[in-house]
Each structure stands twice: as C-alpha cells, then as structure tokens.
Design a protein around this ligand. Sequence first.
Ligand SMILES: Cc1ncc(COP(=O)(O)O)c(C=O)c1O
Length: 371
Amino acid sequence: MVDTKTQYHKIKKEVDEAVINVLESSQFIGGKAVGDFAANLAAYNQVKHVIPCANGTDALQISMMALGLQPGDEVITPSFTYIATVEAAALLKLKPVFVEVDEQTFCIEPLSVEKAITPKTKAIIPVHLYGHATDMEKIMSIARENKLHVIEDNAQAIGSDYIFKNGNVQKTGGIGHIGCTSFYPSKNLGAYGDGGAIFTNDDALASKLKMIAAHGQTKRYYHDVVGCNSRLDTVQAAILDIKLKHLDEYIEARRKAADFYDKGFSGHTKIKVPFRAGYCKHVFHQYTLVIENANRDELHQYLADNNIPSMIYYPVPCHKQKMFEAFGGNNFDLPITDWLTERVISLPIHTELDKEQQNFIISKVLDFLNK
Ligand SMILES: Cc1ncc(COP(=O)(O)O)c(C=O)c1O
C-alpha cells in the first residue's frame, strides 16, 4: 500500500545525517531535535503550540484528559473511523456517542451531531478520514452554540487546507480547540517508528497537555495531576523534521496519483471515486473507492490474486465492535456507516507510485468490474 523504502532512499543522506547527529549527541529523550521539530510543525500547521507525544492514540487520550472530561461524559464521534479515535474515550470511561458520516466525504455529518447532543455531551471528535476534512465550519458553530470542546482527529489529514466561507484558510488540526495527529510510518508525515503530536492555540490547554504527557509534572519530581508518559523519541523527531520539509511535495505526489486514478475510473457505473469538497484540499492519505452493484470482497481477493495490495478501511464500524458492546454500541442505528463499510476499498497510494503501476491497478479493477 505504501513504499517507504524508495521514499527513504530519496532523502537518505539528510536522514542518515540527522540520525547520526542524535546518536553522537547521546540525547535520546527530548532535547533540541524534539524542540526544533515541534516549532517547525507549529509554523507549518499555523498553530501556536505543538506538543509532541508517543503516538496518535496517546494524543487523543491526553487531549481528553486535559479537557477534564469525566467518566460518563458523552463524546460524539463517527463510528466510521479507526478504533483509536474511540478507544481513547472508552479508556477514560467516557461514553462514545456514535453518529453518521456524510456519504460523500466519509466524515462526521453535522446534522447528526446536532441531533445527538444531550446535557451530558462534552466534546465532539471529528475525524478527517482518508485525508478529507470534515465540514469544520459547521462543527465549530455547533460546538460554540452548545459550549462543547472540539478535538480534531487529524491523523490522516496532516497538511490539508480548510477554506472557510470568508476565504480564510487554515490547516486541519488547528481549527478545533485541540488537534491530534499520528506519525505512524504509513501516514502522510510518517516516522520510522511510532510518534504523535497534539496541536492547540490555547496557552492554558497547552500547559495542561504538556504536563499530562510528562507524568503530570510541571517541575521535575513534582506531580500535580495524574498523567502518563508519552514522549516522541528524539531520533524520530530528527527524521520527522527532515520529512516535514518534503510534506507538501509528498501531498502533491499523492494528489497527482489520485487524479490519475480518477481519470482511469471516470464514468464507470460501479465505481464512485473519492469526493473532493470545495471547502478543503484532500491530501489522499487513502484513495478509497465505493463499489456499487459488484462484490467488493471478491474484488479485494481478485486484486490480491494479481499481486495488488488493497485494504478495507474499515471492515467493522466502531459501534459494531465487540469492544463497545459494554458501551451500548449495538444500540446505534447507522445505516450509512454500515452501507459504506460493506462497499469501500482502498487502493495503493503513496509518493512513489508510477503511472505504469497505476495503469496495471486500474486495468485489473476494471477487468473485474466489467466481467
Ligand atoms: C484516524 C486515526 N486516529 C488515530 C490513529 C492512531 O494513531 P497511532 O497509530 O499513532 O496511535 C490513527 C492511526 O493509526 C488513525 O488513522
């Protein structure tokens, strides 16, 4: 699905040098590389504070802790997402309230959010799935009216621009009260191991987030609140700082590959290519088709038989996962989510994909669907 090896070879000299610098400095935890990367990422993402942490799941958990959410508080999230979004809420004994996604964008649907609000609702967690932004202008307006916090799960959309109706442009992850991201290796900005970060423009929240990620301490060995240990490795920060300089070029390569797929599938009655809302710039973490009037699972197998990787993100929506039975997952009726989970399929998309590979993939998908 990705080719991180070829991508590494293109920046090998810079990366190797950065890693050796960390090794020579013997500063493996914190230090200059982590501070530099956080500052550069804050500038790139147009946010005041970036708090690096160990992974995207921690970023979500620390965010919910920093907002002071308490057991029983309700958080509204899509069910059509990676489990990490909701698992962090469950760990804190919050009540996940699953709502529908928009059929075209695959992101949380504002009207469903409004309908799900109760006196216990404390936060909304929109997920910018596959690299397409949620309709954040509406989500933020709902949050303001109902005095709710917004935590953006930006793990799949780093670098995406959101365009407000007045023409203002803001990177996703910097629109809500808090934004979370993951540097999992296959992500658009991927480390060579685990990593994550939290974004905020709020000074007080930034202090809390930092404190919680560092065992609840402000001063070494003085612990004011219960926190956790969540750090971005120095080696990973040094690598990410190099890769950040290439992020826009990586996004452009993904968008070009998506354009090429779009053309290859154009007009096919059984294929819905990814929708691109006018309010955002899709960064194509995934290139996900909706297959109609054909067997998606058989297509998945047919591609595998032809040595083409494809993935089903996600075969079981969160509300139907066993994990959430105890949280009343079964009580949610989400027909659009269910419909999508039965029909989506993601094709390889990455910075190194060439036209020959794409033509082969397109021809095999069409062979199967035209049978
Ligand atoms: C939407 C979403 N949220 C959260 C995460 C969790 O990130 P991590 O794997 O770094 O914990 C991921 C990535 O895997 C993700 O895709």
